[in-house]
Design a protein around this ligand. Structure first.
Ligand code: PGA
Length: 253
């Protein structure tokens, strides 16, 4: 298994100076941890370059929060994988629930993004997760399976095993209500079995992250879940005082 992966998703927060400052604080705070854990920062597009420069000399990596599937073209307001790679990105987050539910990205649209991102030499962080209605009507496993199937459809087996999967129940994102360790462990277990069935033993090495209201106060209970190989952190990643304890807690795993 690769080292645990912790991703800070800053969403639409911060100008260049704020993001660069936060990146430097986090890099400074993690100097000793860098070997045991992979830490990735995903600022808004407009701060990618500033954060890339702020991270020089550190082991932290840069991610984009989204990209388009084409490398260029008449797509007003979009940014391609080639463009974010040029800014220094090593990863792209794909299929975040806000992209799915606020901007109506479909599984088919999401599925078209993975191969171009990998062709640029970057890693994919693919988000999947059910809504509250879907959980309450017992559809969690089928929703997550369908999201995985459709997003990973066009990829070779070896590439599928390299995708980072983030299980983020929609009802837990930004709500302060995180999934319980038992709920996370059940869904992660199902994702793992599906991966192994789909790509064989290589699927045992795919990192499966959890995201949704991760905070310093609940990180210990999540670290204890064997099936969790990393975290995707939103709100608590916007301050080094809350993000650093989360990374440190995970370094003990
Ligand atoms: P949250 O966001 O930690 O603020 O719930 C997580 C995410 O959206 O990735």
């Amino acid at each position: 298994m690769k080292p645990p992966l912790i991703v800070a998703n800053w969403k639409m927060h911060g100008g260049q100076a704020d993001c660069a400052r936060l990146a430097r604080q986090i890099a400074r705070g993690l100097r000793q941890n860098s070997a045991e854990i992979e830490v990735v920062l995903a600022p808004p597009f407009t701060a990618l370059n500033a954060v890339h420069r702020a991270l020089r000399g550190s082991a932290l990596k840069l991610a984009a929060q989204n990209c388009h599937w084409e490398s260029q073209g008449a797509y007003t307001g979009e940014v391609s994988s080639m463009m974010v790679r040029e800014q220094g990105c090593r990863y792209v987050i794909v299929g975040h629930s806000e992209r799915r539910h606020v901007f109506f990205e479909t599984d088919a649209m999401i599925g078209r993004k993975l191969a171009p991102i990998m062709a640029q030499g970057m890693g994919v962080i693919l988000c999947v997760g059910e809504t509250l209605d879907q959980r309450q009507s017992n559809q969690t496993a089928s929703v997550v399976r369908r999201q995985l199937q459709l997003a990973l459809k066009g990829l070779a087996k070896a590439d599928i095993a390299n995708v980072e999967i983030a299980y983020e129940p929609v009802w837990a994102i930004g709500t302060g209500q995180n999934a319980t360790p038992k709920q996370v462990s059940q869904v992660h277990g199902k994702i793992r079995s599906w991966l192994v069935q789909r790509v064989g033993a290589a699927g045992k090495g795919t990192r499966i992250l959890y995201g949704g209201s991760v905070k310093p106060e609940n990180v210990a209970s999540l670290v204890a879940v064997d099936e969790i190989n990393g975290l995707l952190v939103g709100g608590a990643s916007l301050k080094s005082e809350s993000f650093l304890p989360i990374v440190r807690a995970f370094s003990q795993k």
